[in-house]
Design a binder for this molecule. Structure first.
Ligand SMILES: [Zn+2]
Length: 173
């Protein structure tokens, strides 16, 4: 399993100015992060860290595709990811993250951004994600159709049989 150490950003060690990072993440990244929404995918991630007056601005850019299950046929589909997200960070006493600002413990000074990258990708997955019309897996669609129609298979009663049934009842009266 991939170690996520290579996603550590050295905030304390950088001087004023900008430092750039880039990563190419693949399936082993997603299995190491163990997030619920994405297990497979390929992303190019670029990060620009800017230090100004004791605070840090981190600009992430993500480009690529991740695999998710289609809501209609339940087969895998590619979900394109193209996103930019900004994080702010500061050095402080203890770790804290209010969603907007991350406080990174000063004695360590390192911020591991693996989970942030994962979250930014997961945010890009639309609530409803389906294959383009007509491109769903036929095999999966057939399997689902046969499952959902099982139990509704009662044929309408043949009118001749109901006529016979009436006769039979009459004769029994
Ligand atoms: Zn589908």
């Amino acid at each position: 399993m991939e170690k996520l150490d290579s996603y550590k950003v050295d905030l304390k060690g950088m001087s004023e100015g900008t430092v750039s990072y880039s990563w190419h993440v693949e399936d082993n990244f997603f299995s190491a992060v163990q997030g619920p929404e994405i297990q497979q995918g390929q992303l190019d991630v670029a990060l620009r860290v800017k230090r100004m007056a004791g605070a840090y601005e981190l600009v992430f850019q993500l480009e690529g595709t991740v695999k998710v299950l289609c809501d209609r046929c339940l087969d895998w589909m590619d979900c394109p990811i193209s996103a930019e997200h900004v994080l702010r960070a500061k050095l402080g006493d203890e770790y804290a993250d209010d969603g907007d600002l991350i406080i990174v413990p000063e004695d360590d000074g390192l911020l591991n951004v693996a989970w942030n990258i994962y979250e930014f990708a997961a945010l890009e997955i639309p609530l409803r994600h389906v294959h383009a019309e007509g491109t769903c897996s036929q095999q999966m669609t057939d399997a689902i159709a046969s499952l959902s129609s099982a139990g509704e298979e009662e044929k309408p009663v043949d009118p001749r049989w109901s006529a016979l049934e009436k006769l039979r009842r009459k004769s029994e009266e």
